[in-house]
Design a protein around this ligand. Structure first.
Ligand SMILES: [Zn+2]
Length: 413
C-alpha cells in the first residue's frame, strides 16, 4: 500500500452531498432522530466505514459506530465523531462534516496499512439537535451512559412516543442502556465541526482549537407596570413595562460587551396589551447568557439580575426573574487542545483558540472521557441555514490536520 495517500476534500465534499440527499423534504435538508431518512444516512455511513477498513454497527439508540483496531485487537479507543441528525431546513456540514472527515482519516490509515497503538472509533450520533423530541444530545448521552430513560415517554409533534419510534426503527427501547461505553474503553473524544460563527473567517484562518463548549444560562423576565391611555397619562406618571424592559435589554448588552467571549441575547420580547394607543402594562422577555467559564457566566447573570431589579425599582414596576435553563460549560481538556494545536501548527497555521458558543456532542461525552474539538471556518459564519458553506480546500486541510492529530495522539498520562 502506498504511504502517500491523504484525506480527500473532494470525497468528503461528495459524501456531505450524499448525506444531504437523505432528507424528508425535497430541495431542503431535514433529517430527524429515528426517521427513515436517518436510516438511509446510517446505511451510507456504515458502508463508508466498512470501505475504510472499519467494523461497523448501529448501536442501541441508532448511533452508527465504526471501529478500526489498533496494533493489538481490543485496545481502548480514541473516539471521533459528530452528529448525523439536522435541524429543520439545515445546512449540509453541521455534524456531517465531522463524521465523514473522521472516516476519511481512517480510510487513509487503512490504505497505508497503518495501525496505531490504540483503536479508533468513529461515531455518527443519532440525535444532537433534539428536533424531534425536544431533548438534545440523545445519541451522545446514550454512549456516555447518561441517557434518562424517562425520555422514552416523551412524544414528538405527531404524538409518537420515543419508545414507539425506537421500536419502529427496529431497536428495543429497553436496551438503550446497552449503548453506554466504559470509561476504560475510551482514551479521549475528538470532534471536527464547522465553527457556526464568524471568528475564523474574520481572521483569515481556516481552522481553530476549541477551548470550551460554552455553558448557558437562560432567564425569563416578567415586568408588570400599569396599562394606561397613551394620550392622557403624562410621561412622569407612567409605569411603562415595555420602556423598563427596553432599558433592561440595553443593560444586558452593555454588561456582556464588557468581557471577551461573554455573550448575552434578548431573543424574544412581548408587550401587552399590545395596542398603539395603550401604555404597555405588561412585558416579558428572555435572556440567553453564554461564556466559556461557568464562574464568568454566573457572575454576568447575577449582575444582570441586579441591574434589572434596580431599573424596575427606579421605574416603579414589579419584576420577576425565573431561571429556565442552566447548562454548565464543557471544557476541552488542555492536553487535547495542545495536541490539536500542534497538528494545526505543523500544517503551517497558527493554533487560534476560541470557545464554542454553540452546543455539541462533547457536552455529553465529557462525562465519559476528556474532549477536544477542531473548528473549521464556514462562510459568513452562517449555520442552521441552507446557506451554510465551506470549501473543498478547507475540508481537505481540516481532515489533514485531524489525521495528523490522530497519528500523533498521545493518551493522557
Ligand atoms: Zn452540530
Amino acid at each position: 500500500m502506498s504511504g502517500t495517500t491523504r484525506p480527500s476534500g473532494r470525497r468528503i465534499w461528495d459524501r456531505c452531498e450524499a448525506l444531504a440527499r437523505c432528507s424528508e423534504e425535497a430541495g431542503a435538508l431535514t433529517r430527524v432522530f429515528l426517521s427513515k431518512e436517518q436510516r438511509a444516512a446510517n446505511e451510507l455511513v456504515l458502508e463508508w466505514m466498512r470501505e475504510a477498513g472499519m467494523s461497523a454497527r448501529q448501536d442501541a439508540i441508532g448511533n452508527v459506530v465504526g471501529r478500526y483496531e489498533g496494533s493489538a485487537a481490543g485496545a481502548p479507543c480514541l473516539m471521533l465523531g459528530s452528529h448525523l441528525d439536522t435541524v429543520r431546513n439545515a445546512g449540509k456540514y453541521d455534524g456531517m462534516l465531522g463524521v465523514v472527515a473522521a472516516i476519511d482519516c481512517v480510510h487513509v490509515l487503512h490504505e497505508r496499512g497503518a495501525r496505531l497503538p490504540f483503536a479508533i472509533e468513529v461515531v455518527g450520533f443519532a440525535d444532537e439537535e433534539g428536533v424531534r423530541f425536544g431533548a438534545t444530545l440523545l445519541g451522545s448521552r446514550a454512549i456516555a451512559g447518561t441517557f434518562d430513560p424517562k425520555l422514552l415517554d416523551s412524544r414528538d409533534g405527531a404524538g409518537t412516543s420515543m419508545r414507539d419510534a425506537l421500536t419502529a426503527f427496529g431497536l428495543d427501547p429497553d436496551n438503550v442502556a446497552q449503548a453506554a461505553r466504559r470509561r476504560s474503553d475510551v482514551l479521549a473524544y475528538a470532534e471536527l465541526h464547522i465553527e457556526q460563527g464568524p471568528v475564523l473567517e474574520a481572521e483569515g484562518l481556516p481552522i481553530g482549537v476549541v477551548t470550551a463548549i460554552n455553558g448557558a444560562t437562560r432567564l425569563a423576565v416578567e415586568i408588570e407596570g400599569l396599562a394606561g391611555h397613551a394620550g392622557t397619562v403624562p410621561m412622569s406618571l407612567r409605569r411603562d413595562a415595555l420602556a423598563a424592559a427596553a432599558q433592561c435589554v440595553l443593560a444586558i448588552e452593555s454588561r456582556c460587551a464588557r468581557e471577551p467571549d461573554l455573550v448575552g441575547t434578548v431573543g424574544r420580547i412581548e408587550a401587552a396589551p399590545g395596542a398603539t394607543n395603550v401604555i404597555p402594562g405588561h412585558a416579558r422577555f428572555t435572556i440567553d447568557i453564554r461564556a466559556p467559564r461557568d464562574e464568568q457566566r454566573r457572575q454576568a447573570a447575577a449582575d444582570i439580575q441586579a441591574a434589572i431589579t434596580a431599573i424596575c425599582a427606579r421605574r416603579n414596576v414589579k419584576v420577576a426573574v425565573h431561571r429556565t435553563h442552566e447548562g454548565r460549560t464543557a471544557a476541552c481538556a488542555p492536553w487535547l487542545q495542545d495536541q490539536i494545536g500542534r497538528a494545526i501548527e505543523a500544517e503551517g497555521f497558527p493554533a487560534r483558540r476560541l470557545p464554542s458558543g454553540a452546543g455539541h456532542d462533547g457536552m455529553a461525552i465529557v462525562d465519559l472521557a476528556d474532549i477536544g474539538m477542531l473548528f473549521v471556518r464556514c462562510e459568513g459564519g452562517i449555520s442552521h441555514n441552507p446557506l451554510e458553506a465551506i470549501t473543498v480546500e478547507d475540508a481537505e486541510l481540516s481532515a489533514r490536520v485531524f489525521l495528523r492529530f490522530i497519528e500523533h495522539f498521545q493518551p493522557a498520562a
